[in-house]
Design a protein around this ligand. Structure first.
Ligand code: GN1
Ligand code: MG
Length: 354
């Protein structure tokens, strides 16, 4: 099925003016659809290998979007699912791919990476709002479409299995990655070992910079998108992922991985936005392990990119072989930058806490 055929399923009688690729997602395919009346919608095809349990993903998206619909009054607007005339909100094509249609949030823009502390503060504020708005949603009502997602030791076990299958090359960058993984291996269990003391809740799962929508003309963050990874998890999975993404001003594809810096001013701004709204959601162990979580999620994502590179780019989209190796280097250098600055970051965080 192609995008036009999928649209005909959802909107059988609506003339479509254009269908253009949208965003830079690493996994799914997304298009912006413009209808004859000028209305816009977002069409998506889920990656069948990454999301084998489509029913679980769709059940979560349905539950969370309905829950967030109450947020309209708070000045935030979240997308909704658009159903076909027969009421179905997704369809599976002959190749086994899932298609769905979403409302478009007009008057907004995305940023592949953040550049100003004001943007980071707005993101922290919105992530806090998302956690508050979903605080009364029992995490156990959600399905778990990706059971090992953010369980770092599982990614490490998979990496080990892949290394056993593939012989080593002499590529210096691959050697660097292997050494980093060997060095960081003991840190992989840090969050898993502390699970009992950490807040478990509904998480977004992927609150990277590009998943926040900003108002077209200002640095106000007005929406959070991409709910495929919404699931029960740790608040530190979300904060760690948001920090590793938003405090890296050159983004995940930064030209020179060795020059990647985790920006402490962006960290302070993001956390001040989050804490102003949602400080009471964090327990003492969440606060103690926050900087560790940012370092760990950087390591984890680097490990995921590097493993996918070794496996032949089966999970993350690439334009050429080597893209995942480059992305892995960026995350490993980011981890180093966080570790070098840990004392300063923890002092800054302590200064923000009530
Ligand atoms: C993937 O597909 P996208 O771009 O929303 C990945 C995230 C990573 C992110 C890094 C389901 O997200 O975990 O943090 O790339 N999503 C999945 O850009 O694995
Ligand atoms: Mg995502």
């Amino acid at each position: 099925m192609d995008a036009r055929a999928a649209l005909a399923f959802f909107l059988p009688d609506q003339p479509v003016v254009s269908i253009e690729p949208l965003g830079q997602g690493n996994v799914n395919d997304t298009w912006r659809v413009t209808l004859a009346g000028g209305g816009r919608l977002v069409l998506q095809r889920l990656h069948p290998h990454v999301f084998p349990d489509v029913a679980a993903v769709m059940a979560n998206v349905r539950l969370v979007t309905a829950h967030l619909a109450r947020a309209a009054a708070s000045g935030l607007a979240f997308f909704r699912l658009v159903a076909a005339p027969d009421g179905r909100d997704h369809c599976i094509d002959a190749a086994g791919c899932c298609w769905r249609l979403l409302t478009h949030i007009d008057g907004t823009r995305t940023l592949a990476s953040l550049v100003t502390p004001a943007q980071a503060e707005a993101v922290g504020d919105l992530l806090g709002a998302f956690h508050l708005l979903t605080a009364d949603l029992d995490p156990d009502l959600l399905a778990d479409p990706l059971p090992d997602f953010h369980v770092t030791p599982r990614y490490l076990a998979h990496y080990d299995a892949i290394c056993r299958k593939h012989s080593r090359t002499n590529d210096k960058r691959e050697t660097f990655c292997r050494e980093i993984v060997a060095t960081l291996r003991p840190t992989a269990t840090f969050l898993e070992n502390a699970r009992g003391q950490l807040s478990r809740r509904v998480i977004h799962g992927d609150p990277k910079a590009a998943n926040f929508l900003f108002a077209a003309e200002t640095d106000r963050a007005v929406s959070l998108i991409d709910f495929d990874t919404v699931k029960p998890g740790l608040v530190l999975h979300d904060l760690g992922d948001c920090l590793r993404s938003c405090c890296n001003r050159v983004g995940e594809h930064g030209a020179d991985p060795e020059a990647i810096v985790f920006d402490p001013d962006m960290f302070q701004a993001l956390m001040s936005g989050y804490l102003r709204r949602a400080a009471h959601l964090l327990v003492p162990a969440d606060r103690e392990l926050l900087v560790v979580a940012a370092a760990l999620i950087s390591f984890e994502l680097g490990l995921r990119f590097f493993t996918d590179h070794l496996e032949g780019d089966r999970y993350f989209k690439v334009s050429r072989h080597g893209d995942n190796l480059h992305r892995a280097l960026v995350q490993f250098h980011l981890n180093r930058s966080i570790c070098w600055q840990r004392g300063d970051l923890e002092r800054r965080l302590a200064g923000l806490l009530p």
